[in-house]
Design a protein around this ligand. Structure first.
Ligand code: NDP
Ligand code: OXD
Length: 308
């Protein structure tokens, strides 16, 4: 049973050591070390070379080294190959930190104060109590729920939206298209933590963002493909959206001439909201391979028909 690893070399070095110490029965090879593609049962990758999947004729499972799986070309993945996203504490902790930092920065008007500083303007803004600030999260999965739970102690009025119905203590939960408008109406700060699928591509468009209260702010930590960029730019111009914190863009990196770089009301970060932590991720992967070998359900297995 051999795992082929095709991602970041430094992480690969750490994974190799952990596999050797804790799962010595699972062979660990990189693309350069692979002599027999038919021996590979598991592939751990972010963006594998195009022709690789065709060569791995006995592959059982493709494990994403990150939380998302939208980077894979599903048409190239035979239906019997199981697809698994990464769920591990490092990714969740990173996302919780980033999302809380971004929500607090918007709640406490940091974008506004940045503009005032550059204009040499000493201009205090009346403080809005957290209880009067409504924060909504699109996507109530592994990350969306962790973010909402971390925001709870601040006292914000919290809500969440997902495909199926969820129940969370202290969070007003909305589900499906029918309840989307009601959800959006109650978000002064909207956080997107959806996966990118055929259904969610372009979901942050004029129609959706116009349903937010006038002057609401956006945090996109999902994928660049969720956002219709020119809609955001015109809504910012109109003041309907007051600010945006964007960790993801399409493409990445953003082209040098892109208007987001210099926009005074956009804060950009280079897809760093969270990062796979090498040691905890290796152990999460080993645990999933053990589940697969035992015929048990794996954590983070993707429903191929749902696309996430
Ligand atoms: P999950 O699969 O655990 O959760 C996805 C959530 O989105 C679920 O609640 C699901 O609903 C909901 N959802 C999916 N499709 C729809 C839809 N059409 N309408 C409404 N809700 C929908 O994903 P994670 O929480 O692990 O990750 C979410 C995304 O975060 C990743 O796919 C990735 O794009 C992004 N990410 C970004 C990172 C960064 O650094 N910027 C790092 C890690 C992840 P339901 O519960 O009903 O199934
Ligand atoms: C992601 C990740 O999916 O970095 O964005 O894990």
């Amino acid at each position: 049973m051999t795992l082929l690893y095709t991602s970041d070399p430094e992480r690969g070095r750490i994974w190799r050591e952990i596999f050797a110490a804790e799962a010595p029965d699972i062979g660990f090879v990189t693309t350069e070390q692979m002599t027999d593609p038919a021996a590979i049962r598991y592939l751990a990758a972010w963006d594998p070379p195009r022709d690789l999947l065709e060569r791995l004729t006995r592959l059982q499972a493709l494990f994403s080294v990150g939380a998302g799986i939208d980077q894979f070309d599903m048409d190239k993945l035979p239906p019997h190959v199981r697809l698994v996203r990464m769920i591990e504490p490092g990714i969740t902790e990173g996302m919780v930190e980033y999302a809380c930092a971004a929500v607090l920065a918007l709640h406490r008007d940091f974008i506004e104060y940045g503009l005032a500083q550059r204009a040499h303007r000493w201009a205090p803004i009346t403080l809005t109590p957290a209880g009067s600030r409504r924060v909504g999260v699109m996507g109530l999965g592994q990350l969306g729920q962790a973010v909402l739970n971390a925001l709870l102690p601040f006292g914000f009025a919290l809500s969440g939206w997902s495909r199926s119905r969820h129940h969370m203590e202290g969070v007003a939960c909305y589900a499906g298209e029918a309840e989307m408008a009601a959800f959006l109406k109650g978000c002064d700060i909207l956080v997107c933590l959806l996966p990118l699928t055929a259904e969610t591509r372009g979901i942050l468009c004029r129609d959706t963002l116009s349903k937010l209260p006038f002057g609401a702010a956006l945090i996109n930590v999902g994928r660049g493909g969720h956002l219709v960029e020119h809609d955001l730019l015109s809504l910012l111009d109109e003041g309907r959206i007051s600010a945006a914190i964007l960790d993801v863009t399409e493409p990445e990196p953003l082209p040098e001439q892109h208007p987001f770089w210099d926009h005074p009301r956009i804060l950009l970060t280079p897809h760093i909201a969270s990062m796979t932590r090498a040691d905890t991720a290796a152990r999460a992967l080993i645990a999933n391979i053990r589940r697969l070998q035992a015929g048990e359900p794996m954590e983070g297995e993707v429903g191929r028909e749902r696309g996430y």
